[in-house]
Write a protein that binds this ligand. Sequence first.
Ligand code: SAM
Length: 252
Amino acid sequence: MHVFRLKGDFDTLDAYTPLLFDLGARGLEEKPGEVWAYFPERLELPLPGEWLELPDTDWLEAWRRDLKPVKAGPFVVLAPWHEWTGDEQRIVLEPGMAFGTGHHETTRMALEALAQHVQPGMRVLDLGTGSGILAIAAAKLGAEAEGVDIDAAVIPHALENARINGVSPRLAEGTLEGVSGPYAILVANLYAELHGWLAPGYARALEPGGKLILTGILAEREPIVREALEAEGFTPQQRRQEGEWVLLVYQR
Ligand code: SAM
């Protein structure tokens, strides 16, 4: 990995950011007193700075080393190499293969909401399962859990994660159109506009009195979701916010 080091911070170097990306930078990282621009190859840059060479594996290794266990409600999300002696229910995931390690606020809030609302035996759908984390959590809570994802590539990872955790939610490539409800709970960590479009499908997928747990919603876009759900006759039950991220619970 080739790193171009520039003196300054994101604010003072803001004007150079588009140029760095135009020249092929794959990512920028702020370090004390400098910004590191990561390039796939070394090239002549019309900017003041110096090159640093890093072995390709360093990034991944450093990231793996820094990854901490995450507590969310009754769960702790661990990487396979973490040791944990607490009483929490463990969810062990190989990180980095698909979205959903528990480190994102939205996943954490969804885990906490599942723990509050899922009862054993309920049918739970995790729409956009990614790593499978929410379907795995629902299965650990005793639900008859199912997870689908539009991206076929994540499913083998989700299945492997389920296996490591000793649960067997049904996991498959798919979207809301292909599922066969009705579900008692539908959890989805997507984004506000998509929740808006899917609102009529959410109503069809849930049983009467069923609950929607929706996150991935930026606070400024929350009205899109609320308006779409309320137009479908859903009633608000709960709202949580962490940083700029919102989680909403609605009941059909
Ligand atoms: N459920 C995990 C979590 O909470 O951490 C992963 C959430 S990740 C933000 C969103 C996932 O939804 C991605 O894996 C993406 O492929 C999937 N996705 C996006 N649009 C979708 C759709 N219309 N139907 C099903 N899955 C979708």
